[in-house]
Design a binder for this molecule. Structure first.
Ligand code: BTN
Length: 247
């Protein structure tokens, strides 16, 4: 996978730009990066706070040749990529909260937003990644729940170095995913890096209900299995999963 980096000083959302570029025919590997976002987007319609140089904000255009049912695994893969870089280059010990939030000591350091677009060249997926570099400009409501590389290591990292490391690891895992038994290998990597894979006591907020139970593995598509207190297995495709207590 070859990356073409498209840089912006400030932009609404790198995901929106990458989606537009994909619709105009951009090749796989286009990577839109911005120093600041004025309308950064998170999952479930939330805002992603994107102050200048406080985070790394980028989005990659993919044209995956994988079975449609496995597309959700791209977000799990992206969390694996970020986790790998944080471990290898910053000696941090991140955890992946299902499906794709990267946490350190229970605080969020990275989020992933994957979006799909129909384009004249076929289906495109945009994977947007936001990593907190410094906590200096966090709004007060984030201080309790979010962290940054600077807060965890004591030094503000160089955004360019991280981007290089991330694109390299992204290419590696995307190659694995696109190869033989790729989906299985990505699930295995994810399971190794996430304490949410098995035996975590959680509360899951769905659109119309909230369920309580223990995690018990993931489906082949990456959906989370939760065994409720009544012993029923629920399969979570999308929802907010929260740890209830250390388990
Ligand atoms: C989440 O955890 O809710 C996902 C956050 C994703 C944020 C990134 S920052 C780069 C890209 N552009 C966006 O507008 N969102 C993603």
């Amino acid at each position: 996978m070859n990356f073409t980096i498209l840089r912006f000083d400030s932009i609404g959302s790198t995901n929106t730009e990458a989606l537009n570029q994909a619709k105009q025919g951009a090749e796989e590997g286009l990577c839109v990066v911005a120093k600041a976002q004025t309308a950064g987007r998170g999952r479930h319609g939330r805002t992603w706070v994107s102050a200048r140089d406080s985070g790394l904000y980028f989005s990659i255009v993919l044209r995956p040749k994988i079975e449609i049912k496995f597309l959700p695994l791209l977000t799990l893969m992206s969390a694996v990529v970020v986790t790998e870089v944080l471990q290898e280059f910053y000696e941090l010990q991140p955890d992946i909260k299902w499906a794709n939030d990267v946490h350190i000591n229970g605080k969020k350091i990275c989020g992933v937003l994957a979006e799909v677009a129909e384009t004249k060249k076929g289906l495109a997926v945009v994977v947007g990644i936001g990593i907190n570099l410094t906590s200096a400009n966090f709004p007060s409501k984030l201080e309790e729940i979010a962290t940054s590389i600077e807060a965890e290591t004591g030094a503000k990292p160089n955004a360019e170095d991280i981007l290089q490391n991330l694109t390299k690891q992204f290419a590696k895992f995307y190659r694995i995913f696109s190869g033989a038994s790729g989906a299985e290998k990505i699930r295995e990597e994810w399971a190794k890096k996430s304490s949410y894979f098995f035996g975590k006591t959680v509360r899951v907020k769905l659109e119309h209900e909230t369920i309580f139970g223990k995690t018990c593995g993931i489906e082949e598509t990456g959906a989370l299995r939760v065994k409720t207190d009544a012993g029923e297995i629920k399969v979570i495709q999308a929802g907010d999963v929260e740890m209830l207590r250390k388990s």
